[in-house]
Design a protein around this ligand. Sequence first.
Ligand code: UD1
Ligand code: CA
Length: 461
Amino acid sequence: MNTQVDRRLEVVILAAGKGTRMHSKLPKVLHELAGEPLLAHVIHTVQQINPNAMHVVYGHGADTVLTRFEGIDVNWVMQSKQLGTAHAVKTAMPHVNPDSIVLVVYGDIPLVNARELSTLVKILDAKKLALLTAEFENPTGYGRIVRNAQGTVVGCVEHKDANTEQLATKEVNTGFIAARATDLAHWLEQVDSHNVQKEYYLTDIIAIAVKEGGEVADIQASDTVSVLGVNTKTELALLERYYQRKRAAHFLEQGVTIVDPNRFDARGDIRFGTDCVVDVNVVLEGPLEIGHGVHIEAHNVLRKSRIGDNVQVKPQCVIEGAVIGSDTVVGPFARIRPGARIADHVHIGNFVEIKNSSLETGTKVNHLSYVGDSTVGRDVNIGAGVITCNYDGANKHRTEIDEEVFVGSNTQLVAPVKLGKGATIGAGSTITDDVPPDTLAVTRAPQKHVKGWRRPRKKTK
Ligand code: UD1
Ligand code: CA
């Protein structure tokens, strides 16, 4: 698909609005769809048409917006007062090269597709203004397109300003327009705020252009969802589900078994090998690389990790920032935290937490343990309820467990501490000193027997 435009193109993204109807402190364009701010989706799509410049008009929650997008290569244009969409574009115009075509994109329409945007620029051709319209079953809130008796576009009226007849129109303005920079600047000079909202409407330039004899080119969006705006949490939830179903469909096409596409969530960059199965209510957050034959059972959260082949993730685990080798089993109810490096054929069982630790092949930590800041060799058996005491209240220390060590249940390993190859730790021990190889260490008090011991009895009155 060639989405590139062959003339000088500059894109203005409007992202300064508050988003009153979201009822939130967060600026609207920072609300997330599939784990990414709305504005990030828009910027990403605009990048695909390779414009010569991208200007983002920001204003409400300026600092929060800039912090969230630090390092992103766009020209930020501050609109201190949000006086309307026309005012927003006007604020950006001094930064736009007058020889370019300007494409205006709204920051609150996250699923717009690049193909539609480049088509919009192409249809401008000999015309003065290009518009992307859409036919909505429920057009409430959207600007309505006004056509004359011949069917040509002559204007756009905002929902709040529309009369009954205009409100009956299902053809809406999507907000995406393309025009030459000089024309746009000229029309913007004439926009006033004489309307119900007392705002400078960008949509007024349509009637202005037509009045000056300019012809309008319009196309209708092929996919209405791609031009839906996010103005409320309800709309955000709707678009999220739509996006997720589309992603699930994509993975299904690739051969991933997704037990229920309606209970599947993918955020960011995710790759699957062949023959993977994803059971219900799984949340995947990229970057995530999943090998072949991986089985992710119900109710799991996997983030920013690399999972080897034939790994089985049993229900209710949280895996984040980890690398997990092939043929390893994790869960149920395990928490694998950042910095975990787990090799092949390892077993991590229920209520086990692993943090910033490496575990070599064949090692087992099957029940109720915390392994933090540790280096664990191959074929180690860590019994139930073993805790690496890695924190002394001020600093973190490492635990080093060499291969073939057996750590008995209910043991505390007080770091820094080293267990030599083949060492055995008796159950219930608190290990504070290094244990040499092939040695049994046990610290529990010897068992005493008191023969004929009688338990105290309740006094009777
Ligand atoms: C706008 C259009 C409407 C269209 C709809 C499509 C106008 C007047 N109306 O209405 O015709 O059907 O989008 O989704 O253009 N913004 C600024 N600065 C401002 C005001 C808004 O940057 O001063 C930004 C907002 O952050 C938002 C975008 O412009 O990203 C659109 O503004 P919004 O208030 O959502 O407009 P709508 O009422 O949805
Ligand atoms: Ca909107």
